[in-house]
Design a protein around this ligand. Structure first.
Ligand SMILES: NC(=O)c1ccc[n+]([C@@H]2O[C@H](COP(=O)([O-])OP(=O)(O)OC[C@H]3O[C@@H](n4cnc5c(N)ncnc54)[C@H](O)[C@@H]3O)[C@@H](O)[C@H]2O)c1
Length: 408
């Protein structure tokens, strides 16, 4: 199949592309390249790609593809909280616009990277896909809005599928340190302490990046009528763990590391255990990685590839990296590329990231349907100011422990 993967130079995209190529798919990427050179170890082999801002995608970018895998997004809660308006512009408006262009271009499958965070604070019972969606953050709200709007676009010629991924873990050359297991293993390796800032009781569903890639591959293989407009939780029940369990799993694989549960922060109200049986039943998908195996893999890779504390708290933290790009003048207050996209590492397209107001107006879609979030869904102003000075968010991302355990 000819597949366009947006966000192919991100944490998940970098793991997914080889998985798809190994299955014979012809992959093209599309990415603004924010994290293209944030690599631990050897540089990955990127596929041919378009260095394009999602907000500026045009019809011709979608021509000729059988499927779109849409990963590009502001990918965590700290970013969403600091820049809610931009989060809605990119994650919601530009995503729906991408889907419309894909549909118009005759793309049959649109596989969307949603998140288990759409369930919010769901308590101790297992939540299946039919559970009420209670997104607690601008990031999670943006995911629900896209799902709703894509359902409205679905018809006999256009089949969106929603993969609600658990929070990812595992090694990717384009590492993220701001997701819970990757973060706790990093602190264990670098500091000898696995520090949990809450009381450790919230539930988190986890899944390895490679398993997410395999789930998307399954959705390319499945008969399109079988997956038309379906939502699938992607993960494994065995990897529904409390934050304290996750911390102890880390301490098991890093000799000498100690678990410290401080209970000082209860800021993140998310807690949910997820039922993954629909993907097993309907896609034949089984997650292969346990949290213990993933922790061991991460510890090995961090040591072998010489992870440093500066990188771990700097360029591998999504918020810190965007802040640095802003300070270096490479992105503007709207997170648009200031330098020509040809300057972006690994860009293989002649596209530029130039912005025009006409193109911008394209990216605005009607106001989304009302949800029932616990926080306001009204996009706020002046996101960029708080992002460029965003010490609070970066500090909380640096602090380790579960409050940053977001990622999806
Ligand atoms: N990592 C997780 O734990 C997790 C869990 C559930 C869902 N997800 C979802 O999966 C997707 C990928 O996550 P990830 O961890 O790889 O995130 P990431 O931040 O590592 O990668 C996102 C990629 O999208 C690109 N991008 C962002 N905005 C763009 C824009 N306006 N135009 C073009 N490219 C843009 C970035 O440059 C980056 O390469 C996201 O949609 C995320 O919400 C991730």
């Amino acid at each position: 199949m000819r597949v366009l993967v947006t966000g192919h130079q991100g944490y998940l995209g970098t793991v997914m592309v080889p998985v798809l190529r190994a299955r014979g798919h012809e992959v093209t990427g599309l990415d603004i390249g924010w994290f293209a050179d944030c690599v631990l170890g050897d540089a990955p082999q990127d596929p041919p790609g378009l260095a394009v801002d999602l907000r500026e995608v045009r019809a011709e970018h979608l021509a000729g593809f059988d499927a779109v895998i849409h990963l590009a997004a502001l990918s965590n809660d700290p970013l969403g909280a600091l820049a809610p308006r931009i989060t809605h512009d990119i994650n919601h408006h530009a995503s729906v616009r991408l889907a419309r262009l894909a549909k118009d271009a005759g793309v049959r499958r649109f596989l969307y990277a949603s998140t288990c965070s759409v369930y919010g604070a769901a308590g101790d019972g297992l939540v299946a896909e039919s559970a009420p969606l209670r997104p607690l953050t601008p990031y999670a709200q943006s995911k629900v809005r896209v799902e709703d709007d894509l359902v409205a676009l679905a018809d006999g010629d256009f089949s969106p599928v929603f993969l609600r991924n658990a929070t990812a873990f595992g090694f990717s050359p384009r590492l993220r340190a701001d997701i819970v297991l990757n973060n706790l293993v990093g602190h264990a390796v670098l500091d000898g302490v696995v520090k949990v800032l809450s009381d450790g009781t919230p539930w988190r569903p986890l899944v390895h990046a490679e398993d997410i890639a395999r789930a998307f591959a399954r959705c390319l293989d499945a008969p399109v009528e079988a997956i038309h407009c379906r939502a699938y939780n992607i993960g494994a029940e065995v990897n529904n763990l409390t934050v304290a369990d996750i911390a102890h799993a880390v301490a098991e694989v890093v000799p000498g590391a100690e678990v410290l549960i401080t209970g000082e922060s209860g800021a993140d109200p998310r807690s949910y255990r997820v039922d993954f049986s629909a993907a097993r039943r309907e896609l034949g998908f089984e997650a292969l990685w346990s949290v213990a195996d993933g922790a061991a893999e991460l510890a090995t890779e961090y040591c072998a590839r010489g992870l440093t504390a500066a990188d771990f708290t700097g360029r591998f933290v999504r918020l810190a990296r965007l802040r640095a790009l802003g300070e270096q003048g490479e992105i503007d207050a709207e997170l648009r590329r200031v330098a020509p996209a040809t300057a972006a590492p690994a860009a293989t397209s002649t596209e530029t990231a130039a912005t025009t107001s006409a193109e911008l107006s394209d990216s605005v879609t009607p106001e989304p349907k009302a949800q029932a979030p616990a926080t306001s869904t009204t996009p706020s102003r002046a996101d960029s100011a708080s992002l460029s000075s965003g010490a609070g968010g970066i500090e909380s991302a640096r602090a380790g422990g579960d409050p940053i355990g977001v990622g999806g």
